[in-house]
Design a protein around this ligand. Structure first.
Ligand SMILES: [Zn+2]
Ligand SMILES: [Zn+2]
Length: 138
């Protein structure tokens, strides 16, 4: 089903589903958000340039989102493929954890926007800190 959405998004924009695109999509689908380095390490049989080009294309077409974490970023599949959620990023071990969207937070974001006559469409929320494990080893 998800592959169907991918094929549609590519096709609507004049692209086809090539083998490398499918492999990169599946790697993103099966993991927590990945840095470009992690992504290309997990796609060993695809050359680095193709991984980067594909990631760029996925971002342009709304297939993947970039999460800004400090001065770096990670990629994950967009909300076309997953439920809206937020992220906790551990600056100790570098892991990124998904947290489900909180209804009152979502309502608050809409409120804040509409107070300025703004129609909120998308937002991202990344919280930086230390996970339980990294707090212990501190
Ligand atoms: Zn940690
Ligand atoms: Zn949200």
């Amino acid at each position: 089903m998800q592959q169907g959405i991918l094929t549609d998004l590519l096709r609507q924009n004049g692209y086809s589903l090539t083998q490398p695109r499918l492999v990169i999509f599946n790697v993103l689908r099966l993991h927590q958000p990945l840095t470009m380095k992690e992504l290309s390490n997990k796609c060993k049989r695809i050359d680095r340039a193709t991984v980067y080009r594909t990631a760029e294309l996925f971002e342009q077409l709304g297939i993947a989102n970039r999460l800004t974490i400090g001065w770096k970023y990670k990629l994950e599949l967009s909300e076309a493929f997953s439920e809206h959620h937020h992220h906790l990023h551990c600056s100790g071990c570098g892991k990124t954890f998904d947290v489900p969207a909180n209804p009152s937070l979502e309502a608050m974001i809409k409120d804040i926007s509409s107070q300025r006559g703004f129609l909120a469409r998308v937002h991202q929320l990344e919280i930086d800190g230390l996970c339980e494990n990294c707090q212990k080893s501190d």
